[in-house]
Write a protein that binds this ligand. Structure first.
Ligand code: FAD
Length: 537
């Protein structure tokens, strides 16, 4: 197979133009082309009146060796690399202790899946409920203002990204192509095939729920075990080695390999690990608001006359502004055609985030508009001071929202002018259970308010209308990434002071998003397998 890159065609090209472009590029007759598949399709919308599709294609063609020799100086014609996933180990017939995975977010699910595929029969422990029951609890907050602190947007089968836009791209370095394994497993679990080749794939909430169940089923059929309502409350260590875990029920499970994939909201678990002496350090994250605009405004600004084209779908954006007070403001987790969701896991706190369905056809576009904060400057007190910092602003948002789980909100025009909003304009916010209009000036630290006030008009220069008066801000966005890093050894991926403990995924500071968390889960599964094998001698 040959891989051709940088094949550019107009947005509205016909299917026949694709093979024609291959033949033209290689200068061969049609009879030489046996077939091709699309490896990647992206678009270049820098010129709104001439949007181009860019393809990477894998082609089956006659006289491959001769073609490679003819194009040896052309970086766009190369042999297709072998990126097929290969397991690093196969479990022995008998295992003295089964590995434990804590958490069924994308990291824990992929760690569990790959361990199960290698025959290691992992025990996967999840504090929340199975995904269907969890969905009911999540709706409980969104519809009835009732929070279940153990079963919500953050906790339960599938982890934090289950009720999400399901964006599946990441900027991580992935030399071993683990991302491809993640996407292929998602397709086997029911994701649309196009996620394998579109540049910015997404799945949406509805499909994610079903996929998570299929993955659980696969793990169970391979001999793994997935247990819900099984919160790990303590970790046992002896002489710097993990020996087991104790659940909230009091049950003790012995293990010498424990994957810690608890996500960024497991604050009680962070506290427990800190008390147990597991090494961790404070790390930067970001705080801010969600912003909502009409999706049609974003589509028009990005795609001009091609707005609404089915291949382009609902437009996204990515914005950064370096404010004059030294803070950076950027858009985060943009959800085209989606809704803003209530994402707290703790009572009497308000946290925003965004989700969408696969169709992305809701009226509004939403994104976090967030400001970076760091332990050195903003929460230097102690290793978990970042959690205190998040809690402070989440509690403040609860109060500003009227103490009913409504989110405090303000129109962009009023926010910039520094006056409270009293009435919605043309943009109606999507957050449920509701938005309480107020003045957001005290909803975040002053430096963040100042930086966001400066950034919004600046963003308007890139996306015309971004600073529109009636766009709505809701707050607060605090769970952008983990406030801590549980340091691990680069080679064995074990905690630097606790052998057998494998800190993983977003909560431990090693991933940010569904794809990167899944990739980290695969890496960790391999590290666990190799460690078990080396102990078996
Ligand atoms: P998590 O997914 O957080 O999973 C951790 C799991 O561990 C949870 O299920 C939790 O219940 C469990 N757990 C915690 N403590 C314990 C314990 N003590 N015992 C047992 N179990 C425990 N990312 C994207 O890439 N694209 C998106 O479109 C996107 N949208 C998002 C929308 C929303 C509303 C949210 C909240 C997040 C979104 N994210 C998105 C972020 C993404 O979900 C996370 O980056 C990802 O889920 C992190 O994976 P993880 O496995 O490391 O942790």
């Amino acid at each position: 197979m040959l891989r051709l890159t940088e094949i550019k065609l107009p947005l509205n090209h016909t299917p026949e133009e694709l093979p024609a472009a291959i033949l033209k590029k290689l200068g061969v007759p049609a009879s030489d082309l046996n077939g091709f598949t699309i490896f990647l399709r992206s678009y270049d919308a820098r010129k709104k009146h001439n949007i181009l599709l860019t393809y990477t294609l894998d082609i089956d063609i006659e006289n491959e060796a001769a073609l490679l020799a003819r194009f040896h100086d052309d970086r766009n014609v190369k042999p297709t690399p072998d990126t097929e996933y290969k397991f690093v180990a196969q479990a022995p017939a008998t295992l003295s202790k089964r590995p434990i995975v804590i958490g069924t977010g994308p990291c824990g699910l992929f760690a569990g899946l790959v361990l199960a595929q290698m025959g290691f029969k992992p025990i996967i422990l999840e504090r929340g409920k199975a995904v269907r029951e969890r969905t009911k609890d999540t709706w409980g907050l969104w519809r009835k203002r009732v929070l279940n602190p153990e079963s919500n947007v953050q906790f339960g089968e599938g982890g934090a990204g289950t009720f999400s836009d399901g964006k599946l791209y990441s900027q991580i370095k992935d030399p071993k192509h683990y991302g491809e394994k993640v996407l292929k497993e998602f397709v086997l679990a029911g994701a649309p095939e196009e996620i394998l080749y579109v540049a910015k794939p997404h799945i949406g909430t509805f499909r994610l729920v079903g996929m998570v169940e299929v993955m659980r089923d696969t793990i169970t059929k391979l001999g793994g075990e997935v247990r819900f309502s099984s919160k790990v409350e303590t970790l046992q260590r002896e002489n710097g080695q993990v020996t087991g875990v104790t659940l909230a029920s009091g049950e003790h499970i012995e293990a010498d390999h424990v994957v810690l994939a608890v996500g960024h909201s497991a604050r009680d678990t962070f506290q427990m690990l800190n008390e147990q002496g597991v090494f961790m350090e404070a790390k930067p994250f970001s705080i801010g608001f969600r912003i909502e605009h009409p999706q049609s405004l974003i589509d028009k600004a990005r795609f001009g006359p091609s707005a609404g084209h089915p291949i382009l779908g609902a437009a996204d954006y990515k914005l950064v502004h370096h404010a004059s007070n030294g803070r950076s403001v950027y858009s985060f987790c943009m959800c085209p055609g989606g809704t803003v969701v209530a994402a707290t896991s703790e009572p009497n706190r308000v946290v925003t985030n965004g989700m969408s369905q696969y169709s992305r056809n809701e009226r509004n576009a939403n994104a976090g508009i967030v400001v970076g904060v760091s332990p050195e400057v903003d929460y230097p007190e102690h290793v978990l001071a970042g959690v205190d910092f998040q809690r402070k602003w989440e509690s403040q948002a609860f109060v500003l929202g009227g103490e009913t789980y409504s989110a405090p909100g303000q129109l962009v025009g009023d926010f910039i002018d520094g006056k409270a909003s009293t009435e919605f304009g043309s943009v109606l916010p999507s957050y449920t259970p509701g938005v309480h209009l107020t003045d957001l000036a005290t909803a975040l630290p002053e430096f963040a308010i100042t930086a966001i006030r400066e950034a919004l008009p600046a963003f308007d220069k890139t996306i015309k209308g971004f600073g529109m008066h009636d766009a709505v801000l809701t707050g607060v966005e605090t769970r952008t990434s983990s406030p801590i890093r549980i340091r691990r050894d680069n080679e064995t991926l074990q905690s630097i002071n606790t052998k057998g403990l494998f800190p993983a995924g977003e909560g431990a500071g090693y991933a940010g998003g569904i794809l990167s968390a899944g990739v980290d889960g695969i890496k960790i599964a391999e590290a666990v397998a190799l460690s078990i094998m080396s102990r078996q001698g």
